[in-house]
Design a protein around this ligand. Structure first.
Ligand code: AMP
Length: 282
């Protein structure tokens, strides 16, 4: 298993080992790996000759310094999990000053409104930070394929947009959400939940599934009000936002249209742990 800590070492290795015939896949992560990340890595390994997994907690995408401080860091465990998938995986785990060349700030992008709603509305500058690190990592490795989870559906849409507008010739591949047995979307943040809260948090997915059932017959507005009222009754879970949006533009839906795809998006605090989820509605 090769673990590189600097851009230059990674680049030199790829330069010496890549040829026109090798396909390279990349999975960017912030570590504390779980089965959700591993599903992306497995797909990447099965579809490419070389797989690069980056593990880097990107400071510029956190608007809350406490959240950044509390973000779990488990590099040794991550490496042993990746080894179980393949010992040929290349791990890239740089420091912030190496990856940012000492200038740890984000660029400013125009994501055409994709970044103004939901996560973008509640996390200041979040997607500029995401865009900066993803663009840096992808242009460094220049993979043929890069894998991202639908768990962060808005991020996936923004990265697809970024690749298109910056003319970066990489396939962006979206992968389905992996869930715990009770339906809770897997997340590195779940590690910070007590056993009880982890059980209780399955309420998020259950509510989304009921909303999906209602979507056939009820208006988006009515469903949103219903979800809000469901969370009003919970002491342990605090709703930050719930939104039904066009799956392509991510803009909130006021009136459903035929032939359009919709998804429901949610962010909830379980005590001080922020959880997000989304599912397709049609
Ligand atoms: P993160 O380490 O949270 O930045 O996630 C790295 C990648 O793994 C992102 O593309 C996420 O969308 C994806 N991911 C995280 N959790 C899951 C999950 N439960 N199912 C599928 N993909 C996931």
């Amino acid at each position: 298993m090769l673990v590189f800590k600097t851009k230059i070492d990674l680049q030199n290795h790829l330069l010496n080992n890549k040829s026109n015939k090798t396909s390279v896949g990349m999975v960017p992560t912030m570590g504390a790996l779980h089965k959700g990340h591993i599903s992306l890595v497995q797909k990447c390994v099965s579809e490419n000759n070389i797989t690069v997994v980056s593990i880097f907690v990107n400071p510029t995408q956190f608007d809350n310094s406490e959240d950044l401080k509390k973000y779990p860091s488990t590099l040794e465990e991550d490496i042993s999990l990746l080894k179980q998938v393949s010992d040929k995986i290349i791990v890239f785990s740089p420091t912030a000053s190496d990856i940012y060349d000492g200038n740890i700030i984000s660029k400013t992008y125009n994501f055409k409104g994709l970044d103004k709603v939901m996560e973008g509305a509640f996390r200041d500058n979040h997607f500029n930070g995401v865009g900066t690190i993803v663009e840096t990592l992808l242009t460094l490795v220049m993979p043929d394929n890069a894998y991202f989870g639908e768990k962060d559906y808005q991020q996936l849409a923004i990265i697809k947009n970024l690749i298109k507008t910056q003319n970066i010739p990489i396939n962006i591949i979206g992968c389905p959400i992996v869930r715990e047995a009770n339906g809770l979307a897997m997340s590195s943040r779940n590690e910070r939940l007590s056993a009880t809260l982890r059980k209780e948090a399955s309420f998020i997915y259950q509510t989304l599934m009921t909303a999906k059932k209602k979507f056939g017959t009820e208006s988006a507005l009515k469903i949103i009000e219903w979800v809000k009222s469901e969370f009003k009754n919970r002491n342990d879970l605090t709703l930050e936002y719930v939104q039904i949006a066009n799956a392509e533009t991510l803009q909130p839906v006021l009136r459903k249209q035929k032939n359009k795809k919709y998804r429901i998006f949610i962010a909830v605090y379980a005590n001080d742990v922020r959880l997000i989820d989304n599912i397709p509605l049609n």
